[in-house]
Design a protein around this ligand. Sequence first.
Ligand SMILES: Nc1ncnc2c1ncn2[C@@H]1O[C@H](COP(=O)(O)OP(=O)(O)O)[C@@H](O)[C@H]1O
Ligand SMILES: [Mg+2]
Length: 606
Amino acid sequence: MKTETGKQSDWALYRRLLDYVALHGGAFLLSILGFLIYSVANVLLADLTQFLLDSLGEASQISMGFVSNAAHWFWPPGDMGPVEYARIAVPVAAVVLAVIRASGYFFGNYFMNIVARGVVHRLRTQVFDALIRVSRQFIDGHTHGELVSKLTFNVEQVSGASSEALKTILRDGLTVLALISYMLYLNWKLTLVFFAITPAIAGVVVAVGRHFRRYSRRIQDSMGEVTQLSNESMRAFDELRMFSATEQQSERFRAASQFNRVQSLKLAFVQAVSTPIAQVLLALALGALFWFALEPAILASFSAGSLVAFIAAATQLSKPIRTLTNVQSIIQRGLAAAEDLFAQIDAEPEPDHGQLSLERAHGAIALDQLSFTYPGAEQRVLTDISLQIPAGKMVAFVGRSGAGKTSLMHLLCRFYAPSAGSITLDDQPIADFKLDDYRRQFGLVSQRVVLFSDTVRANLAFGQRDSVTDKALSEALETAQAASFIDAMPDGLDAMLGDGGSGLSGGQKQRLAIARAILKDAPVLILDEATSALDNESEAAIQASLEGVSAGRTTLVIAHRLSTVERADMIVVMDEGRIVATGTHTELMAEGGLYANLYQQGFAAS
Ligand SMILES: Nc1ncnc2c1ncn2[C@@H]1O[C@H](COP(=O)(O)OP(=O)(O)O)[C@@H](O)[C@H]1O
Ligand SMILES: [Mg+2]
């Protein structure tokens, strides 16, 4: 699949993630503090066994450990015997330590969640913002499912890594550190035995990490495919049934899901195998430890209590080391996802180098020797297009399907930059305008109407900065011949439209889209086959009202009906990416070329 990341070095990746964490520095420090308290309390609980055991021995014992010393300092035993004293002090210390450990655990976990959710929220919004600003070219090169699953799946992977994994690393990492320090303190020579296995465990962790990352990337990509197939299938409900393609689609989905399963299993395998290996290595170290510990010279340097405490600490190491090796897979998934998300955040937004502000254009458009090839495509779709469109005129574009009419409108909307030649608006190259200002000059009803799952009112006022009055809404609906069916809806303007305007007919959607464009009140109006789904009667009615709307603005219509074409001030006939004729209906008919041909066919196939 297509995600080509992995260029960022791991180090840069960690640094960048750390920047996100740093935004919640306070909570992060509190969390570290919490886990620090937790791990020290853990050690002290091991130390408590020394207090207990040494109290049973001779009163003249040299040291009875930290807890014992602290207890003696707080509450001097006076003339109590050691056992009598321990009987009260040990249980009290055990409860106090447990309470301290519990509060450390709470602080550590809770504040780490504040950090993690904050990181995820920020990442998610940044990726979303980047995604809605990418160039049209980028969108062309990716499926929707791929992009959507970045926001859903990938972001959650980072969330897993930043909450669960970070917590584990801190909690168990600090515990391991504390336990080892304690062991070093009790008997450093013996502890060195332990360090002998460290390189082996580290080796396992690193080797396994690489596998994890590779499988995680594949799982991620396959989630994109799974999402895409699901989206597509939900949209193609009717087609799937009528083409008897449900079986075929099921098969495609099964294959995508199967790939995901296999990769997930590989990941699970590596994970399931790595932890036991680390455990066996640890057991080897423990075995060596016991062997040396019982060596007479070393044995003599321990009190009974400190020997047991040492062994208690060493055995306690096993659990945190297991969780630490286990959490690797979550971390690697998070890193693979973060790589991909960062690449998305860094993706070039739509180019916008224009400096000129523009309040309201007159609407004179000039095309000069314009040529265009879609990025990455071979075939040129527009060749040598030159055309003057005076402000306020209505120009109709006709031509067979695939002639390049829509592509020309794409260039006008600055979705793509022309490969050669120039476009000017009011005698100014269009790339000189600020993109936002420029696009505000255009009302667009595109070939493929997109409505939002929101109220009719919100759909009409879409993108409007100022609040729109009901009167303006009604007028626009009236002009677009949409008033009657909206009024017929139970909630009228407040009726909710389904997903993508489902529940409306194609013609109704078009009329809403026209009303939306009218409401925008832009100096240039582009109608790309905007009435193709309408019957003759509503089309004629819209044509009549468009007359009023197009007064005072430049109107470009890609037309497929004679009624529109006849009203135009100029007709542009296009074929295979070129302008083959311009003129009025009468002139072009007299010429008898492609136009007359199309006319005979009733323009139906435009
Ligand atoms: N995003 C795209 N990438 C590559 N080629 C495209 C893209 N969109 C359209 N085309 C090609 O451009 C040509 C003109 O299409 P279009 O402008 O939609 O024609 P019309 O609107 O006149 O029917 C067609 O051959 C089409 O295959
Ligand atoms: Mg088209």
